[in-house]
Design a protein around this ligand. Structure first.
Ligand code: MG
Length: 298
């Protein structure tokens, strides 16, 4: 069985010819939001419809980290290593403190409730950037069906707690990530119905005081959508797609694919050298060792 599809010959050096795409666990309904904890030697990820956050530990397997999870979706870690989570159910972004208590980072904007925060990253200054599409309130499957009060924006919460809508011209923003030097911010638009148009990644230039400009269409995912992605140290984007994980060069060209037998939702780098790509895909968690290293922080 082929685990990779080479589009650009250079991609051969990105993957390891004898490294399998392994199914680590299965039995979930919509696995999402993987985040690696090297200090605890485990991966956390969401099983959104089942309202739980799972933990995968090498040599141990799957245990439940948190249930109910308020239909948590995307996760990351802040500059102090704390878990930051998007919750569809309570329509908010939270931080899990080191003692286990929960701090609300954002749950509204200009007096209105957020839609259903989807994915989140933390910049080097500690600011928290997240997307707020409507998917979690569009049905009762991944949250609670409700009226939308705000457009589907991208928000930045600065280290002092102030919230700004920094991108306001999207249909439905979803995955997002910075380039390694934070000079660019990539944000996916996956559209109101998710698998229709648009299904592209846009690239923004990050200026002084984190001001964004540009925003041109950078790459169109086909087939599927850029539900979630992370970057390696060379600035290549490893994005979810319908047939696996697509690797896109910093100039927007598709280099190759990691083939996965289920619809992929999201990825993160982890393992000893951040060379292991963890892949959440519909009912299962997969991983593959790569010859590239992730920049996921910390
Ligand atoms: Mg997503």
């Amino acid at each position: 069985m082929a685990f990779f599809e080479i589009v650009d010959p250079a991609f051969r050096s990105y993957v390891l010819f004898n490294a399998p795409v392994k199914q680590l666990a299965t039995g979930f309904d919509w696995a999402e939001g993987p985040v690696w904890f090297g200090d605890a030697n485990c991966l956390l990820f969401s099983d959104i419809p089942n309202n739980r956050i799972m933990r995968w530990t090498p040599g141990v397997g799957i245990t439940t980290f948190r249930q109910p999870s308020n239909y948590a979706n995307g996760h990351t870690r802040d500059r102090e290593g704390r878990l930051v989570s998007c919750e569809h159910g309570l329509r908010r972004v939270t931080r899990t403190e080191l003692d286990g208590s929960i701090t609300v980072i954002a749950d509204g904007y200009q007096g209105k409730r957020l839609n259903s925060p989807n994915d989140v990253v933390v910049a080097s200054d500690g600011a928290i950037w997240f997307t707020d599409p409507h998917y979690g309130i569009a049905s009762d499957y991944e949250g609670f069906k409700a009226e939308q009060e705000l457009p589907c924006n991208v928000y930045r919460v600065d280290p002092s707690g102030g919230i700004d809508a920094v991108i306001t011209d999207f249909n439905c923003p979803n995955g997002l990530a910075f380039s390694p030097d934070e000079s660019r911010l990539y944000v996916a638009d996956t559209g109101r119905i998710f698998q229709g148009d648009p299904q592209h990644i846009r690239a923004f230039d990050v200026g002084t005081n984190w001001r964004l400009s540009g925003g041109e269409v950078f790459h169109r995912i086909e087939p599927g959508a850029a539900d979630g992605f992370r970057l390696d140290t060379e600035g290549n984007i490893w994005s979810s797609a319908a047939d696996g994980v697509h690797c896109v060069a910093p100039d927007g060209r598709l280099l190759g694919k990691v083939l996965v037998p289920e619809l992929v939702s999201n990825v993160c780098f982890g393992g000893r050298a951040k060379q292991q790509l963890f892949i959440t895909a519909t009912t299962s968690l997969y991983s593959v060792a790569l010859n590239r290293n992730g920049v996921q922080r910390p």
